[in-house]
Design a protein around this ligand. Sequence first.
Ligand code: ATP
Ligand code: MG
Length: 297
Amino acid sequence: MKPRDRLRIAMQKSGRLTEPALDLLNRCGLTFRQSRDKLFCFGEGEPVDLLLVRDDDIPGLIAQGVCDLGIVGRNVLDEFRCTASEDVAALTEWRPLGFGRCRLSVAVPQDMDYRQPQDLGGLRIATSYPGLLNHWLKAQSVDAAVVTLAGSVEIAPKLGTADAICDLVQSGGTLVANQLRETDVLLESEAVLAGPQALPTDERGDMINLLLKRLDGVIQVRESRLLLLQTSRTALDAVTRLLPGGPQPTLLPVAGQPDQLMLQALCAGEVSWRQLEEIKKAGAREMFVLPVEKMLA
Ligand code: ATP
Ligand code: MG
């Protein structure tokens, strides 16, 4: 294959990961001459182009060197790693990206008497992830028949083509709608940045390193929240103890109220209603949780 000097990233052409992946790349300062219905998008500022494909093809394209990186679900990447032949380049997960979260789980009919994985012995399990399922069955020393289906796995028990399923679950609504019960989680998944274990040694390697640094900044900011609140000096200790992780808060005086303080804290993740209610109970009031747009330390 001809050596390339531009970086090429594979991502899903149309599906759950498309919008968030594109949004993430945009936030990293990458923009593309948009032709989302086409296969190829040319990068405008940086020497980075996109290849838009079916998500199942992404690991193979990286392994073959057609693309340098890919944005793909961990479920698809790990299935590829389970089933790829020995001579295929080893792939790795460079960064978890925090969207497209779901889990790969075993589910059985609600009325089945299931207590442990061994109860699956001798049964037929339908899945689109035969590699990951076989790997798990082996680890559990369970001898079951794996029925590989390309889609509509959840209706297999109703159709009588399988006794149980192993499929992606997000809210669990699809399982309930099909009278199935989730029993075992095989894999916690989210979109990841996948690439070869060894980075290219040319300019593309430098570009990947630059992209990884920008990604880290974007992910950190995306998950940060600025918490603002007022508290009395006497409640300050109790309030501070309840603050979600992050650097030390900043304290500011409140004009005309010497016993009151304004507290400002950068939190590393979501701040839930429950956490806010606890902090309020400890003596805080006038609480605000704000998203952080950009951060330069
Ligand atoms: P393609 O046409 O690209 O093959 P697809 O139908 O295989 O598309 P999508 O349904 O768009 O793929 O899902 C893409 C990824 O989104 C999954 O591989 C998984 O990582 C993630 N995902 C998150 N939640 C779910 C869910 N509830 N069901 C399926 N996938 C989910
Ligand atoms: Mg697919």
